[in-house]
Design a protein around this ligand. Structure first.
Ligand code: MN
Length: 310
């Protein structure tokens, strides 16, 4: 069993002293220490990630989850903990430094607003600049940070963005296209455009949302297809061009939500929760339900659920 998660600075300090006399002589690359505690191997990395390996790894891991809670109040998510680390670290080492074209999308979990898909071309010489800008781990960036750095990315990184408006989305859905098929078609479209402009690259990477076999089924009818794709989960952490695409897509999505709010005179919410149901009722009262076709994704459950607030 292998468990990996990130701990705070405070817990790192605790761990360093706790494992002081259990340290192994050799320290793996990028690690602060590696220790052997009973039958569990514990490795703390410079990144703040800690890895527990062994049959009772969960017992040791749990102890530090509790320590984290006690010291900082932070709850470490058990699902995140069981991340398959080998795959991640290998992918990071072998992919992060390459010249890549990568794509990512935003808006697929939001009732209101379009779907935005971007593909970016990042030559390896540009990665350091992007790291300094703070593009890494774009999922963890706040909207404020995105608003701050995305204009620079849009200017400095060659990319292609496609915005799928709600009426087009709803038309696709009415024609029997599901979300993954729509996404696949859009990813293929922007990747093809960027690839034609930048035929020199090491890898093309998609932040995986569907099995590769399914992906290629979905784009079967497309005239131009990009076929040499590496599919990776959590790709925005492993590949600079995917991280950039994720930032740019989110920026444009946020802008679209702002535009929509202005147009409606109502602050539009992201996501698809209960608050969105209430907001939908408010919008329908003001503009009628035919308005939703142009501003929302009608196949979401919200289209039924808002009616209880009418
Ligand atoms: Mn993604």
């Amino acid at each position: 069993m292998t468990i990996v998660f990130k701990v705070s600075e405070k817990v790192q300090q605790k761990m360093i002293s706790y494992y002081e006399d259990k340290r192994r002589e050799k320290t793996p690359p990028y690690a602060i220490f590696q220790a052997l505690d009973a039958d569990t191997i514990v490795t703390l990395y410079e990144s703040g990630k800690v890895m527990f390996q062994g049959v009772s790894a969960d017992i040791d891991a749990n102890m530090w989850v509790e320590t984290e809670k006690k010291l900082t109040g932070l709850t470490i998510n058990m699902n995140e903990m069981k991340e398959r680390k080998e795959k991640t670290t290998i992918a990071r080492k072998t992919i992060y430094g390459l010249t890549t074209i990568g794509s990512d999308e935003v808006g697929t979990g939001d009732y209101f607003g379009p779907i935005v898909v971007t593909a970016s071309y990042v030559p390896k010489e540009q990665i350091e600049f992007l790291d300094r800008l703070g593009v890494k781990d774009s999922k963890k960036l706040t909207d404020e940070k995105i608003m701050e750095i995305a204009p620079t990315l849009i200017k400095e990184v060659d990319h292609c963005t496609f915005i799928l408006k709600n009426d087009e989305y709803n038309k696709y859905q009415n024609n029997g296209y599901n979300m993954n098929k729509i996404k696949a078609i859009l990813h293929n479209k922007v990747l093809f455009k960027v690839k034609s402009e930048h035929p020199q690259y090491d890898k093309i990477i998609i932040d995986q949302f569907v099995f590769p076999k399914k992906y290629f089924e979905h784009i079967q009818e497309a005239k131009d297809k990009v076929k040499d794709i590496t599919f990776l989960t959590k790709a925005e952490n492993l590949c600079a061009s995917v991280a950039v695409s994720s930032c740019i897509s989110r920026y444009i999505f946020l802008k679209e939500i702002d535009k929509l709010s202005e147009e409606l005179g109502i602050t539009v919410l992201k996501g698809s929760g209960e608050e969105v149901d209430k907001l939908t009722a408010e919008i329908v009262k003001k503009y009628g339900d035919e308005k939703l076709y142009h501003i929302a994704k009608l196949n979401f459950k919200n289209t039924e659920k808002y009616k209880q607030y009418m």
